[in-house]
Design a protein. Structure first.
Ligand code: LLP
Length: 442
């Protein structure tokens, strides 16, 4: 939790994308582009990603973990993002047929993909097996049956299907209940404590056409405490050692600061903590210890720009500042009570003494972006209000609630702005409506 005193301070630079700077008159510049000019060109709401930040974050992950570290695409995926992660040396974790399809459409070779999912369909598994994805992370006994059937049916595959077994180490990560996954009471993986994980290993070891490479676990997301990762790594490594397998993947989960005053470990600190925990319990140095960061690669790389449409002062109650997006482009505050900061794109370094509630344009009271935001005194209707650290689980969880079109995404780098996902149009909102034979839309 951030101490109270930080709230009204100017926005901390550590919450902005890496290349962010303050330009003429105090305006925000990212990747060499003045964000107010981007708004003129692309409108609002607008997601702006700092491409150099994305690339640097991928490089840091590869440096910290080595080859095999995978970007968890659920955090943010479009073709441009898949290409960036691949080009910078990461594998890609895909957890559905749709994520798989998008990564392939970006030209990522199947061998660089890790296929996840607690309930992979027959079609998803069959696709993964036939194109030869790098790893399939097996999550249930039903899935083991399916893999056996598919491999048997496929006959001679060019290479064995390489699998990891997802296990639950029984560690309670200190994070929101909905994103906690390492505990015993979970839909994911095989429990180490109950013996299910050992049974899964025994079953997969002898299957023809399947190469069991190792095990995988993911204890939760937005985890700030290295101790939680260490504890999980110790349990995993203890379980792992007797089987003499080759790979241990500790999943994702590294937390990121969202508001002033928060700090989080780096990729390197996370990797070092995990590695030394593994060493303490006797894991051989030759085992590939790896991870799957999502949020920590993309969250800070982006900001969202909104236009303020109305400011409503309710005397003695509070002030509502309404922007032209909301829970459809960022459902995290509603889903998890997540905190964000707000600042004016025209005066990044201004102090923010005024307490307001930033809300969206959706037709429900719950549509809050920032329940208690601090903004400069001179905020007026028409201003461009920015929320930083919106690069993860924002667009990827966006919806069309109230038929609000999803915003465009631009990547900025070296003064160039590249539209990578266009904004939806009203026509897009109808594209799935079925037109009857008589040509009438119903
Ligand atoms: N690997 C696995 C198997 C996962 O389930 C996840 C996230 C990751 C890696 C990446 O975790 P990260 O490094 O991004 O924490 N929608 C929530 C987060 C859900 C995370 C689900 N799994 C949020 O907005 O906070």
């Amino acid at each position: 939790m951030a101490p109270e005193s930080h709230k009204t301070d100017p926005l901390e630079r550590a919450l902005l994308p890496m290349t962010a700077s303050v330009g003429a008159g105090g305006r925000l510049v990212v990747g060499g582009s003045d964000v107010l000019e981007l708004v003129e060109q692309f409108g609002t709401p607008l997601f702006v990603y700092d491409e150099e930040h994305l690339r640097e974050a991928c490089r840091e992950a590869v440096e910290a973990w080595g080859d095999g570290v995978a970007y968890a695409t659920k955090a943010f995926l479009c073709r441009a993002m898949a290409s960036v992660a691949f080009e910078e040396g990461m594998c890609l974790d895909v957890s559905t047929g749709g994520e798989l399809y998008t990564a392939l459409a970006a030209g990522v070779p199947p061998q660089r993909l890790v296929m996840h999912g607690n309930n992979k369909s027959e079609a998803e598994l069959s696709e993964a097996v036939s194109i030869g994805v790098g790893r399939i992370v097996v999550d249930s006994f039903d899935e083991i049956d399916r893999v056996e059937r598919l491999v048997g049916r496929a006959g001679a595959l060019p290479a064995p299907v390489r699998v990891l077994i997802r296990v639950t180490p029984g560690v309670e990560a200190h994070t929101h209940e909905f994103v906690r996954t390492g505990q015993e009471d979970t839909k994911f993986g095989f429990s180490v404590a109950s013996g299910a994980a050992s049974e899964a290993v025994e079953r997969l070891v002898g299957v023809d056409g399947v190469e069991l490479r190792g095990i995988h676990a993911h204890i939760g997301s937005q985890v700030f405490e290295v101790r939680s990762f260490e504890r999980a790594a110790e349990i995993l490594a203890e379980f792992f050692v007797p089987f003499a397998l080759e790979e241990l993947c500790v999943g994702g989960g590294l937390g990121v600061p969202y508001v002033n005053g928060e700090t989080a470990p780096s990729q390197r600190e996370w990797a070092e903590a995990v590695r030394s925990a593994c060493k303490r319990v006797g894991l051989s140095e030759s085992v590939r210890v790896s991870a799957e960061p999502g949020r920590s690669i993309v969250a800070r790389a982006a900001i969202t720009l909104y236009r303020v449409g109305t400011i409503k002062d309710l005397p003695g109650i509070r002030t509502y500042v309404s922007v032209d997006g909301g829970m459809s482009d960022n459902p995290r505050p509603v889903l998890y009570g997540s905190g964000y900061e707000a600042f004016l794109a025209r005066e990044v370094e201004a102090s923010r003494p005024r307490s307001v509630r930033v809300v969206g344009k959706h037709c429900e009271t719950g549509d809050t972006l920032i329940s208690e935001a601090y903004v400069p005194d001179d905020l007026v209707v028409g201003d461009i209000l920015a929320t930083p650290v919106t690069g993860a689980y924002g667009y990827s969880m966006a919806s069309n609630y109230n038929k609000v079109p999803r915003p465009p995404i631009v990547f900025v780098r070296d003064g160039e702005a590249r539209l990578v996902v266009r904004g939806e149009t009203y026509e897009d909102l109808l594209r799935l409506d079925v037109v009857d034979d008589d040509g009438v839309r119903r």
